[in-house]
Design a protein around this ligand. Structure first.
Ligand SMILES: Cc1cc2nc3c(=O)[nH]c(=O)nc-3n(C[C@H](O)[C@H](O)[C@H](O)COP(=O)(O)OP(=O)(O)OC[C@H]3O[C@@H](n4cnc5c(N)ncnc54)[C@H](O)[C@@H]3O)c2cc1C
Ligand code: FES
Length: 1291
């Protein structure tokens, strides 16, 4: 058991988010462990409080330790803790699922360091992922604990305070002080327990036994007797293996109480460090040692420290042991290359003791070292470096923090006194094969030669040959990895030259890290006449933020277990396209706890769900069309039993020919979901004949995983009579779930009630896919007549539920020499996967938005949803617009590159305008955003500064870009633009509001509370929203299309106005009465205190035959300007600054809206620069957890992020003149993509390459580095496409 299963504490949030070996970036870092120092010198310097990942921490290992979860530090019943308060008040909690983790990481830091620096804070938060906020508000909340400059004044003349603008989103003076003396103490009973003499501990589980010896002798004997039993120290390698790969170790030995493994011993030649020492302990020991010795002696220590600062996250380093890291022998271990070049060795013991050098003979294969199974590493010797010796650690990872390295290296060179001739050199790489590898031949070529260009120039060629990777090497990125070996060596070369005080062509500074305080955010102050009770327009905190920060907020899986409840695990196809020839569940049914296996035959009602006119089977019957398609489901008494049952189901297949994976294959075979869409205006073909130039290009955009922190979760409870069911579920559309369950069980909708309390993130992914899962779960509940819970693990969720459509855009564009585009012909191909879902609608929206901010007189666009044998893709924030606009903006960018001047402005809509679907609108606010964006970002001056920077730097380049958006709000299917609400006033004056929107983190409930507060003229504190349910508000529409507040706000307003009117006679009779007295009086006078409200939204439509209509209610506009710095040698980049100006009318809640803008921007930044789905050539998703799939972390935040809300904007089409904001800002993340592209263009120009070039999205370091065409990337021969089977597909 990990701590999560063992505790039952709701604050221990988390869906173990990995499906594979490693586990960086876990979401559930939500506890602090306090332990007493063990005896032994090393432990004396230990911190006794540390944060750890709940999922990886074995319960047995916590014997004698005190565990503090988020519930333990503060609660609304007693007193909340300042950390909880500050994260909540700074608006750092949206869906709240990550909040306990953020709180506990910060809390653990403050227990050890009550006045942290910003660096400490970003380090503490590095391993925590948040999908909603964009991190800025979390960091700002934590910043209030820092002593450092806490104010916007740090931004000098840019600070709007100086212009008299002083709006704040939260008041720093209104915060509880942090008083370290009030913190929990270490439990005295544990101190007493530790004083008694320790004894061997043994625990027996169903299948696993755990022994924890206390002496080295006992440990040696145990290991000799059970050589196969692993030694579990930090459990960061063994834990994920057991959890996700199903590896069973019947016996586990836990030597954490053997003090010899913690000892440290200083010698004149170096230091022996106990192998049990955690990586954090090693880090702090080395940090303390470095200043005590002359610099020349601590080269290895410093190199290790550099790597330790980047390895995993604090929570991993707090538990992962040094010995465990060495013995785990990861191919891309960060420490092993340095330990090897540093001439380190290990002392091992079994029946005898021996010392073994950590050199190339030590690492014998993937995860294998030369030691005998019964041998135990007791300690590790790290020697001092010698005079004339230089050691460096280098690494490149897909994300700067909490990410395993793509390539990592240790390099050491030794010169004899005052000479530049190499006396000795050692180079080791990780990530270049199954083990840590030595570049021995390369070293041979350098040794005894001068450290200069010529020597190194020859060494690169040898290195390239020595560390050749086959083109289909596991992990892919072959050319990139090969070029990295060269560029990392080059970096080492420059660094050593610098240390030798030689003339260095360019000192490469590391990318900047310091996150700056935000400028106070410009929001729209409410008018002076607005009453105090009226919360509309004010930055009100998310109404559940405090509950979320204290861990009290209840998510679907926090619901207590119901008597007899079962757990459901689905069994999915392992083939992309095959006939099912056999399904054998007999073995599964024999297993302990397994109750039943549900197949399609068990479904009493409709066996399919129908989307866009196509039927989709709930459970496959005779044929499968993708890996991950659901075939059957096992229900058992526990999750563990259901998982074992699912693993025992045997399915045989007969492969069908020619599966289709890529867009190109689909196009070639005309494999589409109909209808395909065409929109055009003008005469494109004729117009091409009239232009100065024509350019054709294309760009590919990868898909995106929703990565909501709460995976798909549901609990279906049979009421027990008359076929009635309660469904507790994490969904954006309760009515769809109700319909689906009713149809599947062949019952009427009035027997199914869906309840949605809150959703831990959704982003479009909790609509259609959730309905299919809910249907299956309901069949299990119906058949067994027991409550059934289904909560997907991260890996399952990623394989089964699809995400954003990968898209290929092709365009032909005709333009004049002044930059004016006269004609464009664009094609959008969306990889839709194996079922239709909403794909044709996504393709439609691509075509509808293709004009963006530009008035192109002759414009033609075609959108097609391609049918492939991959998991079905679905709605995702922006619904096709983020792909469409990247294609369009890339086309604009290409034209600008052909002409060598910017062309956005000359093509923008101006004055009264008409779109390509003949809809008239006024682009004035778009242009105002554009001008404000240029002004706020100081665009022209910075562009000039960047040009100068780029001239002065060869290996670092900066780039800047500014991007506009015009985004249509509401559903183009007019019937979906409706909403209802139900408002009750109770006799005590308290108000309960129900409406059709679901709280998915976007703050809709908070905004509805504000609306009710204005309409009823009472403070928001009197208003409560409990849940969204289909028995209070029926026939709802999805919380989607950025339309939730617009629609539900009007319905709530309507209901409240009705009630307020009804109270009018009472109010008139007793004008001095209180709200409470009126409510009571109304009851006495038999006035109904309950009302429904309704909103009939606009009848939007598009006539595809006539190519005209009004598909949107209005547009939300925005502009974003981003600047990046790119390391051309590795492709690493950092966003230095982003300024966003958004026109959202008059915001109902500026803090919530700013949160939506930042969150969407960050998700866009992930889409366009970081997040990469990888599929095997057989259609299997490799990237099934946070270790392989990188969403933005705190290290990806722009160093400076400023959000401005356009002032004086009115919108007659939405509530209180506001505008929908959930989706539009996502596309603005592309400003980072185009800034990277701009920096790459500068690098290419140094290599003599000019004009447009191809850079697909995401612009990962790999793509940016290869496109930069440095001399190192150019040295690596490209493998001929078609001559090998690539490791991953370009889908
Ligand atoms: C999320 C995450 C991110 C990570 N990121 C990085 C990274 O960026 N860079 C990197 O290099 N590593 C990274 N790691 C790997 C991590 O550093 C190792 O898993 C860790 O150091 C292993 O130590 P442990 O104590 O947890 O090992 P355990 O899982 O407890 O044990 C691992 C193995 O080592 C053996 N073992 C342990 N101690 C001894 C001993 N004293 N003598 C003999 N055998 C022993 C065990 O028998 C077992 O087989 C990451 C791991 C995770 C989970
Ligand atoms: S608030 Fe962080 S994941 Fe939702």
């Amino acid at each position: 058991h990990g701590l999560k299963q063992g505790s039952g504490a709701p604050g221990l949030k988390g869906r173990c988010p990995t499906g594979f070996r490693y586990h960086p970036g876990s979401t559930h870092l939500n506890q602090m462990i306090s332990s007493l120092p063990a005896s032994g010198k090393l432990r004396d310097i230990l911190r006794s409080h540390y944060s750890a990942n709940a999922c990886l921490l074995p319960l047995c290992q916590l014997h004698g330790a005190a565990v503090t979860t988020v519930e333990g530090i503060g609660s609304t019943k007693t007193r909340i803790h300042p950390v909880q308060e500050r994260i909540a008040k700074a608006h750092g909690s949206q869906c709240g699922f990550c909040t306990p983790g953020m709180v506990m990481s910060t809390y653990a830091l403050l227990r050890n360091k009550p006045q942290p620096t910003m660096d400490d804070i970003t380090e503490a938060l590095a391993g925590n992922l948040c999908r909603c906020t964009g991190y800025r508000p979390i960091v700002e909340g934590c910043r209030t604990f820092c002593q450092e400059a806490n104010c916007c004044q740090a931004n000098g003349s840019l600070c709007p305070c100086l212009d008299g603008e002083k709006p704040q989103l939260f008041d720093k003076l209104d915060l509880l002080p942090l008083d370290p003396t009030q913190e929990l103490i270490f439990p005295p009973e544990l101190i007493l327990m530790a004083d008694t003499s320790p004894q061997t501990l043994t625990f027996h589980g169903e299948r696993v036994s755990w022994v924890s010896p206390v002496s080295l002798e006992e440990l040696i004997q145990l290991k000799a007797k059970h050589p196969k039993a692993p030694l579990v120290m930090g459990n960061t390698n063994i834990g994920p293996d057991m959890k996700f790969k199903g590896i069973l170790h019947p016996l586990i030995i836990s030597p954490t109480r053997v003090k010899e493994l913690w000892l440290m011993c200083f010698l004149s030649a170096g230091v022996w460090v106990g192998a049990g020492c955690s990586l954090s302990e090693l880090h702090s020991v080395l940090k303390k040692l470095v200043p005590q010795f002359p610099e020349e002696k601590t080269e290895v220590f410093r190199a290790l420290n550099r790597q330790l600062g980047n390895l995993g996250s604090v929570q991993i380093r707090n538990v992962a042991s040094l010995g465990g890291n060495i013995v785990s022998a990861y191919p891309n271990s960060d420490l092993n290359p340095i330990l090897a070049v540093g001439n380190c060795k290990v002392s091992v013991i079994s029946r005898g003791r021996r010392e073994v050098p950590l050199n190339q003979d030590f690492f014998v294969g993937f995860g294998k070292v030369i030691l005998q199974p019964e041998e135990i590493v007791v300690s590790v010797f790290i020697p001092f470096s010698r005079k004339g010796e230089f050691v460096q650690a280098l690494r490149h990872a897909p994300r700067k923090e909490a990410s395993f390295a793509t390539v990592t290296a240790g390099m050491r060179v030794m010169f004899s006194e005052s000479s530049r001739v190499v006396q000795d050199i050692s180079i080791y790489y990780g990530g270049m094969g199954p083990t840590t590898v030595s570049a021995a031949k390369t070293c041979q070529a350098i040794i005894r030669r001068p450290w200069d260009d010529e020597t190194l120039g020859q060494a690169y060629d040898i290195l390239l040959e020595e560390l050749a990777l086959p083109p289909s090497a596991p992990g892919g990125k072959v050319e990139f990895r090969r070029s990295l070996t060269l560029s990392l060596l080059f970096k080492f070369y420059l660094e050593v030259l610098h240390k030798l005080k030689a003339m260095v062509p360019e000192k490469i500074q590391p990318l900047p890290r310091e996150i700056q305080p935000v400028l106070p955010l410009l929001h729209q102050p409410v008018s002076k006449d607005q009453g105090n009770h009226d919360a509309v327009g004010r930055p009100m905190m998310h109404r559940s933020a405090i509950s979320q920060a204290t861990g009290e907020a209840v998510y679907c899986d926090d619901l207590p277990k119901i008597e007899g409840e079962l757990f459901l695990v689905v069994v999915t196809s392992s083939r992309a396209h095959a006939k099912i020839t056999g399904l054998d569940v007999s073995e599964a049914l024999q297993l302990p706890g397994v109750v039943d296996v549900i197949t399609t035959k068990d479904i009493p009602g409709k066996k399919v769900r129908t989307f866009c006119g196509y039927d989709e089977e709930l459970l496959a019957e005779s044929e499968v069309s993708c890996i991950g398609q659901m075939i059957c489901a096992v229900v058992a008494d526990t999750k563990a039993h259901a998982k074992r049952g699912a693993a025992a189901v045997k399915i045989s297949y007969e492969d069908l020919p020619d599966p289709i994976f890529t867009i190109e294959e689909a196009v070639e075979k005309s494999s589409y979901f109909e209808p395909r869409r065409l929109l055009q205006r003008g005469d494109v073909t004729e117009a091409f004949k009239t232009v100065d130039k024509v350019y054709e290009g294309e760009i590919r955009i990868g898909g995106q995983e929703h990565f909501y922190m709460e995976t798909q979760s549901m609990l279906v409870v049979p009421v027990g009579e008359e076929m009635e069911f309660n469904v507790y579920i994490s969904t954006q559309w309760p009515t769809l779930i109700q319909d689906a369950v009713a149809e599947t069980l062949n019952i009427s909708s009035n027997r199914v009630t869906c309840h949605v309390k809150r959703v831990g993130g959704a982003f479009g992914g909790k609509v259609t896919r959730t309905s299919v899962l809910a249907s299956i779960t309901s069949v299990a509940a119906w058949k067994t007549n027991r409550a059934v819970r289904c909560v997907l693990e991260r890996g399952e969720d990623m394989v089964i539920t699809g995400g954003r459509h990968p898209t290929l855009g092709k365009y032909k564009v005709g333009f004049m020499n002044d930059g004016k585009i006269v004609a464009a012909d664009i094609q959008f191909f969306a990889n839709s996967g194996n079922t239709v879902d909403e794909s044709p609608l996504v393709a439609e929206k691509m075509v509808l938005h293709m004009d963006n901010a530009y008035n192109i007189p002759n414009l033609r666009g075609r959108g097609a949803a391609c049918k492939t044998n991959l998991p079905s893709n679905t709605a995702f924030r922006g619904f096709g617009v983020p792909q469409s606009l990247l294609i369009v903006e890339n086309m604009i960018n290409d034209v600008a590159m052909v002409l060598g001047c910017p062309i956005q402005e000359v093509n923008m809509y101006r004055g009264p305008s008409t779109t390509h679907y003949k809809f008239e609108f006024n682009p004035e606010n778009l242009l105002r955003c554009w001008e404000e964006g240029k002004r706020r970002s100081d665009y022209s001056a910075r562009r000039a500064a960047i040009e100068q920077f780029n001239q002065q730097n060869r290996w670092k380049k900066r780039g800047i870009s500014i991007i506009p958006i015009k985004y249509g709000i509401a559903f183009s299917d007019g019937f979906l633009n409706q909403a209802a609400a139900l408002v009750h006033i109770y006799k005590d004056g308290s108000v309960l509001v129900s409406h059709g929107g679901t709280e998915i983190g976007q703050g809709v409930h908070t905004k509805m509370q504000q609306v009710a507060s204005r309409e009823l003229h009472i403070p928001p504190s009197k208003i409560y929203i409990s849940e969204t349910s289909t028995n209070t508000v029926p026939n709802t529409c999805p919380s989607a299309a950025s339309f939730g507040t617009d629609a539900n706000g009007m319905a709530v307003k309507d209901a409240c106005q009705i009630l307020y009117q009804r109270l009018e006679p009472i109010r008139k009779k007793n004008p001095k009465g209180t709200w409470e007295s009126w409510a009571k009086e109304a009851f006495m006078e038999k006035i109904s205190l309950s009302a429904t409200g309704f909103y009939k939204g606009p009848d939007l439509y598009l006539d595809w035959d006539k190519m005209e209509g009004q598909p949107y209610a209005y547009y939300t506009y925005g502009v974003s300007c981003s600047e990046v710095e790119l390391d051309c040698l590795t492709g690493d980049y950092r966003t230095l600054r982003t300024d966003i100006v958004m026109d959202i009318g008059k915001s109902v809640n500026p803090s919530v809206d700013v949160g939506q803008i930042e969150g969407a921007f960050t998700q866009g930044l992930g889409l366009y620069t970081l997040e990469e789905l990888k599929f095997s050539p057989f259609g299997l998703l490799y990237t099934r957890g946070p270790s392989q799939y990188k969403i933005p972390a705190v290290c990806d935040m722009p160093l400076q992020l400023n959000i401005y809300l356009l002032p004086d904007s009115e919108n007659p089409y939405a509530i209180y003149s506001s505008k929908g904001i959930g989706e539009p800002a996502l596309f603005l993340g592309s400003s980072v993509f185009f800034a990277i592209k701009d920096a790459v263009a500068a690098a290419r120009s140094d290599s003599g390459l000019k004009g447009p070039f191809s850079l697909n999205s995401p612009a990962t370091p790999e793509r940016a580095c290869l496109a930069s065409a440095s001399p190192f990337t150019q040295k690596v021969p490209a493998s001929k496409p078609g001559s090998f089977k690539p490791w991953a597909l370009d889908i």
